[in-house]
Design a protein around this ligand. Sequence first.
Ligand SMILES: [Mg+2]
Ligand SMILES: [Zn+2]
Length: 184
Amino acid sequence: MKKNKAIFLDRDGIVNIEKDYVYRIDDFVFIDGVFDACLALNQAGYKIIIMTNQAGIGRGYYTETDFFNLTNWMLGEFKKKSIIIEDVYFCPHHAVHGKGKYLTTCECRKPKPGMIIKASVEHKLDLENSFLAGDKLTDIQAGQAAGIGQNFFVRTGKSIPDEHCTLADGVFNTLPDVVNFISR
Ligand SMILES: [Mg+2]
Ligand SMILES: [Zn+2]
């Protein structure tokens, strides 16, 4: 059976403007160009997967319900533009600051590849021919550990230290720049 190619997007700093612990719709601001980029990715046959560390849940800053409500709203905004986001994966854990059941050294918190591996099984993804876009080294490391073909930094989120840049397969200013590159 033919496997699907995908692009894995970090959420904060790639889809929406990075602010610490975004969980309210009012604080969620889409980054310019994200809709156009995602539409082009859909049209090029890429499944779009969002994967996000959400230790704010484990820390008790907000709940999984808050996260799901925001996610449903976000997916609705994409859908209004006829964009299909295949799935959203999140890690609510933290190995030091997690409370109760969230206090665990899990396999899903990036830089671990757990979310990507789960997605690859559930959506039959061809990781070797897939891409990742993130704004932190832990995104890149998770992609590399999972075996994603090319892992890119995008400068729309956290500032990326120079010494990290060489560790990725490319550094782009915007998500549309990534799309232009991979659809060449
Ligand atoms: Mg980020
Ligand atoms: Zn986790």
